[in-house]
Design a protein. Structure first.
Lengths: 136, 154
């Protein structure tokens, strides 16, 4: 173990989100941690949303604003009393503005073990093209 | 290794000041947010991954930990007497293609956490379940630790 550098994972404090519109459902709103990267063909979003099942996750893309909303159902039964509470269940909410045009039909979303993987393929015309300069 | 006592000051009784304490915490949180200390919902915690919630009823303790993106077989869970250890590693897959990152917030690394429960548990009957990135452990209290109804004879 000595020759292998081990990085300890850090617990990050969950950030509360000031939502754009007022909430109709009571409860806390949290911002999920995300990775976003892109290559020539698509933009990929990875989001940590522990406790969200596929039917409670909403992904919305309109006017180049991507909205992720995931609701966490409280898992505790009413008979249980708290001993230690380090995290709270609420709604995960996050919005992004996308600068590229997305091929809506090709969007693919997968939720495994509380992590969302969202593939947003770019439309053909937004892909970079090599331009050759002709000499006269 | 980090050992955290879950219930340092009141091992068996509910303190009469328990409610007072939660009000005080609530007040501190309010003051923190008013002072602009951020919107993090200041929970009491060891600041160690993974965040855990522990609850109990008469028969069991329930431990819930947020461990998104970790395969259940990569988690190592062990329980001895009144101690529960949770260790594992979270790896984020490298992307093969040439990509450029816009955000990189998800953390990776290994973790090893031990919590001490208020009473002893029956380590043979611990039951673990993993759904949607949440690990739920049901830890039956040992027979001696269970609350008993005492009948008053007349």
């Amino acid at each position: 173990m000595a020759n292998q550098a081990r990085t300890e994972i850090q617990k990050t404090d969950r950030a509360g989100v000031p939502t754009v519109a007022e909430q109709t459902r009571s409860g806390a709103v949290y911002s999920p941690a995300v990775d976003i990267f892109e290559n020539d063909n698509s933009i990929t979003v990875l989001a940590d949303m522990p406790g969200v099942s596929a039917q409670d996750l909403q992904i919305d893309l309109r006017e180049s604003v991507l909205t992720l909303t995931g609701r966490v159902r409280t898992p505790e039964r009413p008979t249980e009393s708290d001993v230690l509470r380090e995290y709270r269940s609420g709604t995960f909410f996050r919005q992004f503005t996308l600068s590229e045009t997305i091929n809506q039909a090709g969007i693919d979303a997968k939720l495994t073990d509380g992590v969302l993987r969202l593939e947003l393929p770019k439309v053909e015309k937004a892909k970079p093209r090599q331009i050759t300069v002709r000499t006269s | 290794m980090l050992v955290r006592r879950v219930w340092p000051s009141r091992p068996t009784f509910d303190s009469p000041f328990a409610d007072f304490d939660s009000v005080r915490r609530e007040m501190l949180r309010l003051l923190d947010s008013a002072a602009g200390a951020g919107d993090t919902f200041g929970d009491v915690g060891a600041g160690v991954f993974p965040p855990m919630n522990i609850t109990q009823d008469n028969d069991n303790f329930y431990v819930r930990a947020e461990v998104p993106g970790i395969k259940p077989d990569e988690l190592s869970i062990s329980a001895v007497r009144n101690r529960l250890s949770l260790a594992g590693k979270r790896e984020i897959q490298r992307e093969h293609e040439r990509v450029s990152y816009h955000r990189r917030e998800r953390a990776e690394g290994s973790f090893n956490r031990t919590v001490t429960l208020p009473t002893e548990i029956d380590a043979d009957k611990v039951y673990a379940k993993y759904t949607d990135g949440i690990l739920t452990l049901t830890l039956p209290k040992s027979e001696e630790a269970k609350p008993r109804q005492i009948k008053v004879r007349t």
